[in-house]
Design a protein around this ligand. Structure first.
Ligand SMILES: Nc1nc2c(c(=O)[nH]1)N[C@H]1C(S)=C(S)[C@@H](COP(=O)(O)O)O[C@H]1N2
Ligand SMILES: [Mo]
Length: 533
């Protein structure tokens, strides 16, 4: 009968392949069970989102910038797909291991569940040990399933039993394996679908609450955009950026979907004599201001796309702070840093002095006439004209704490970025595009320049190493907005380098010195090389 032992098991390459398949099924089941459990706990506690988030938290700025450059706003999709590919490979390997060493391979699944659990509880927005549950539940179910499935491969049933199963010549429990595998696939698909739809109901409440928002008319309207602020030139960035084109930069793998009807904001901390908790309805009852403000990301390379201009509606932040008894440091207030916290655990620190110096710092509820889009921070986000987004523009805000720069480092500061980061004066050539081939003759060179809260006074263009020529500036809306500019270039045949630089209202001309985005924003001139035919 010795010969029969090998004969009774799946033969040749079949058995490792079935082992690998078992691993994949176990991994898939583990993930869907975890997904289902995360619907009960919090969507962010699921293993893929938790591991992805932990990876984002630990990504050095240079790699983060590279990922944004390579994949743009799809960077997070790429990350999640990458995690799924790696997990699939690991599951295949664990299955093959379990095929030889059943316990070792099976408990490998639990080990990965443990990694997911650690990642979930270690996230800044973790609500505690409960966040470990989805990954652990997935790990336990996956381990049991892999143990069971590989057991079917081992079952050395005698020829008689095999005959009873109607499977002459193959003594492994083929029928048991097929039934278990099919049941696992079906059950986990069901669990996955259920998990999605449960997560979906929380999302539906948020979507409904956004639909129900009626933005009151602002008591202080933005001055109408002056005629001549928007130039009509092909290829130039529109003066107001449409929502769909407005850049998005954040660490959220799942865009937070906050229900405005249950949302609250708390203001507390050093120098707060009257703590305040506001609902969304409370906020909408306060006087609203409408302002056009250009927002810029510190991760924007010279010439890069991470700047956008929108018309925002919101509550003046300084008024709320005064209501709480807060004084700026220049008037003896004890807090010099305002830390905003979001529902996804982001922390963003702004100078209290800047927020209260009279500029239009606000808690924004509207963008371009609509409630904030979810990706831009619904229901409420902060904005401070003149400061990069990472030190001012907290989306999905839920808490404001008055503290000091000495006492607390927010998220990005812990990751090498500067504590204080006013926006650097910048200018960008939107058209012609790099390596364009315009015809000789008049070529419109045009773009935008920004120096929020200082204002742009001059933009100059240089062709090759020629003299700086003053560009035509579009009318200024406010000093918190970017300005379009254009220059009619008499282009001659050949290859040419076009360079732009701006001068802000303090009289300072944009520096030629190139610095990287880390720690406080890129500097240097933007150039474009074109070939004139
Ligand atoms: N909650 C949260 N708010 C955030 C961020 C984030 O990662 N999470 N990123 C900040 C950064 S770096 C920038 S530049 C702006 C971008 O705002 P936008 O995505 O609406 O353009 O949001 C800021 N607010
Ligand atoms: Mo940013």
């Amino acid at each position: 009968m010795d010969g029969n032992v090998t004969h009774h098991r799946p033969r040749g390459a079949t058995r490792p392949a079935l082992g690998a398949l078992s691993g994949l099924l176990a991994g898939y089941t583990a993930l869907t069970v975890a997904e289902l459990a995360s619907a009960a706990v919090r969507p962010e506690s699921g293993p893929v989102v938790a591991v992805g988030g932990a990876a984002i938290d630990r990504t050095p700025p240079a790699v983060k910038d590279w990922a944004i450059r390579q994949f743009g706003t799809d960077d997070k999709l790429v990350l999640q797909l990458g995690i799924l590919v790696v997990l699939s490979l690991l599951a295949l390997i664990l299955g093959m291991v379990a095929n030889r060493w059943r316990l070792v391979g099976s408990f490998g699944v639990l080990a990965f569940g443990g990694i997911g659990a650690l990642a979930a509880t270690g996230r800044p927005d973790s609500t505690g040990a409960i966040d470990a549950l989805p990954s652990l539940a997935g790990g336990v179910v996956g381990t049991a399933l892999l143990y069971w499935l590989t057991g079917r491969l081992e079952a050395s049933i005698g020829p008689a039993a095999a005959r009873d199963f109607g499977e002459s010549g193959s003594g492994w429990d083929r029928r048991g394996f097929i039934i278990a595998a099919t049941a696992a696939a079906a059950a986990s698909t069901g669990a996955g679908v259920l998990g999605r739809s449960l997560n979906g109901s929380q999302v539906q409440n948020a979507v409904a609450s956004r639909k129900d928002v009626v933005l009151p008319a602002p008591s202080s309207k933005a001055a109408p955009t002056p005629r001549g602020a928007a130039l009509r030139i092909n290829g130039i960035s529109p003066y107001v950026t449409p929502d769909a084109d407005f850049y998005r930069v954040d660490t959220a793998l799942i865009v937070p979907k906050v229900d405005a009807t249950t949302w609250k904001l708390r203001i507390h901390g050093k120098g707060v004599s009257r703590e305040l908790t506001l609902t969304f309805a409370d906020l909408l009852k306060l006087p609203l201001i409408e302002r056009t403000i250009t927002l810029t990301c510190v991760s924007n390379e010279v010439g890069g796309p991470y700047a956008g201009n929108a018309r925002w509606i919101g509550v003046r932040l300084a008024d709320l702070l005064k209501r709480c008894g807060v004084e700026p440091p220049s008037k003896g207030g004890p807090a010099d840093q305002l830390v905003a916290r979001s529902v996804d655990g982001m922390t963003i620190g702004s100078p209290v002095e800047d927020v209260m110096d009279g500029r239009d710092a606000m808690l924004a509820v509207g963008m371009n006439g609509q409630p904030l889009p979810f990706v831009h921070g619904f229901p409420v986000r902060m904005l401070v004209p003149g400061l990069y987004g990472y030190v001012s523009a907290c989306k999905w805000i839920q808490d404001i704490e008055l503290t000091t720069f000495d006492a607390y480092d927010p998220y990005w500061v812990k990751r090498d970025w500067a504590r204080r980061a006013p926006i650097k004066t910048q200018s960008r050539i939107d058209t012609p595009k790099p390596f364009a081939r315009p015809e000789a003759g008049t070529v419109m060179v045009a773009g935008v320049a920004w120096a929020q809260h200082r204002g742009i006074d001059k933009v100059e263009v240089r062709v090759d190493d020629g003299p700086w020529q003053e560009a035509r500036l579009a009318a200024e809306d406010t000093r918190d907005t970017w300005r379009q500019w254009s220059y009619a270039w008499q282009a001659t045949k050949g290859s040419h380098t076009l360079t732009v630089r701006a001068t802000d209202r303090t009289g300072t001309t944009q520096t030629a010195k190139r610095t990287p985005t880390v720690p406080d924003g890129a500097s240097g001139w933007h150039s474009v090389v074109v070939t004139v035919d």
